[in-house]
Design a protein around this ligand. Sequence first.
Ligand code: LMR
Length: 397
Amino acid sequence: MFTELPLLPADPILGLSAAYHADTNPDKVDLGVGVYKTEQGNTPILGCVKQAEAELFKTEASKVYTPPAGIPGANRAAAALAFGEDHAVIHDQRLATIQTPGGSGALRAAAELIAKARPDATVWVSTPTWGNHIPLLSSAGLTLKEYPYYDFSLQRIDFDGMLNTLNQAGKDDLVLLHACCHNPSGADLTESQWQQLTALASERGFTPFIDLAYQGFGDGIAEDAYGVRLMADTLPELILAMSFSKNLGLYRERTGSLNIVAPSATAASANLSQMLSITRGLYSMPPAHGSSLVDIIYHNQTLHAQWLQELADMRERISGLRQQLVSALNHQQQHTDFSFIAEQRGMFSFLGLNESQVTRLKSEFSVYMTDNSRINIAGVNSRNLEYLAQSVCQVLR
Ligand code: LMR
């Protein structure tokens, strides 16, 4: 049996780390996988997480299974972060929340739920979108179509193109949206664009399927949830997948949350039972460690405040790096104005290079990024900034 399976290429994002680590060039630059890095190039454990772990070590009395929906306090924290403490969907019990193994686990469980509820649904995804969205959703058997999102020539959102295409979405369709810090483009919808999109969802009847993987990396917790909260205020249904990988730095702890906003409390309970049946079939119950930390940090005033500060520090460092990168790139060459990078949000932006230029950056300069020239801005630091800008200029010549 196992002689029949061919060797697959490495994952286009995760495979970059192995290639980077194998490179012996001392000047190598890693702008690949989306993990936060300090000026020293490390991804440290947040101080609030370390303290919550110390607390957990003292208080955790058993490793018995978590309830199938996960740790109740973590689910309450996730819902409050996404929708706001007193949101009507929480108050009216129209929200069903389960803890998932990372944001990917939430996306996959949501895809299974959609396949059960609407097997013929089309899920519309942005062009471009996170490299794992399409494989992950289509592996649940969903039909996907693309809507235009980022205009590479103008380095901004093609909002008219997006609206025109989504005008074809029907009432059984879903539209996958990035709540903030669009991965891979860094180009986010404005408040007014969220309002227009919400009006379109209301008119056409499609269901928003929102991915909130970078809450707090754009402009702040509430600011980054603007679209989620607006849609939950206005629309009868939505799906929200959340990740704590980035904003709590819990990457390997696989800490995420799936939230279904339903038209009634009865429908929310039914969907909760369906989600639990799906996840029982996929992985039984979620891992506990990361979500225990979410629970502790969210509900402890001091740790919560410390987390918000640490999150603000990460956000501000990235925003400063965006400015520095624009200055360095624009100083080195006149071919392209890179100012758009400073206007974008979150970890990623496109340099706008073609695949052969990206390949040259890797092979000649040991500068690593995904083939579509997406860069992880957090991988830039004062030691590699000039080298990076010079290398990019070389391939632009
Ligand atoms: C990324 O986009 O680089 C991250 O979300 C990591 C991943 O799993 O792809």
